[in-house]
Design a protein around this ligand. Sequence first.
Ligand code: NDP
Length: 289
Amino acid sequence: MSATIIDGKAIAAAVREDLTRRTALFTERAGRAPGLVGIQVGDDPASDVYQRMKAEAAEGCGMVSRRVILPEGTTQAELDALIDELNADDAVDGMLVQLPVPEPLAEPAIAARIAPEKDVDGFGPGNLGHLMRGEPGSVPCTPSGVMHLLSTAGVPLEGANAVVVGRSLIVGKPMGQLLLAENATVTIAHSRTRDLDAVCRAADVLVVAVGRPEMVRGDWIKPGAAVIDVGTNRTDDGLVGDVAYEEALEIAGWITPVPGGVGPMTIAFLLANTLEAAERRAGVTTGSD
Ligand code: NDP
């Protein structure tokens, strides 16, 4: 038996279509389009590609998007001044700083500086606190996208054993909170976890966000489990995930491919966070489905 492949590309396209419709409604009701600003420090080519993709996606769904590229060597005080200016700019609903930032800049200081209502990455202490408390706010985009894939695919979560491998602030930790909020029994595994293969084998839902090509083998997977592969690893064979896909396909009940699984969802949910931030700031609702 072969797993059902969860088509992230198609699911993300549907999310973006809905957001385009809602963005038009927002623009009509608020008298302006949602505004997103992407900040990049230095000219790292990968950061450049990500920032361009985000800006194009925002424009594609009808938002106003602006990119600010600061030179390498920008000081924390200079970046803080820009963030403060954007925090005070009424036309800006969301801002994000492309990570990683070059030294001497520090990510925690940046996350804490961005006004929580404009923190559309959801990485700041305010929004992570809201997530923990089950309050409205911006939820980090990749785990939000994973939840949408699971619900669209009809994967049961209530009472399920969910294992998240990886405990980063941007994926693993918020992922665990979101699964917990859906009443899964959650284990968060990491590099010090003992008998990781056995831990994974107990999972009805396995989310892997590590950054090691094909680390999770087919025999680590419980037959029929939902396997979500967040990993994106550039290898000589192209882009591969953290899960040995061909092996897992034979055992899992559902699986996401790499590329075309989680990746497209991340940008879709950045746009969703931006629209929702704009709605909260403008006191306008466009409904969601
Ligand atoms: P981090 O490097 O921040 O975190 C990796 C996590 O994996 C850490 O918690 C680490 O544990 C854990 N880990 C490392 N080695 C092992 C191991 N041998 N066994 C078990 N756990 C291990 O990565 P990110 O969370 O930022 O990203 C993870 C992957 O997801 C990367 O491939 C990244 O490219 C991809 N990604 C993809 C996105 C998308 O949109 N598709 C978005 C974001 C990330 P410890 O804490 O103990 O060090």
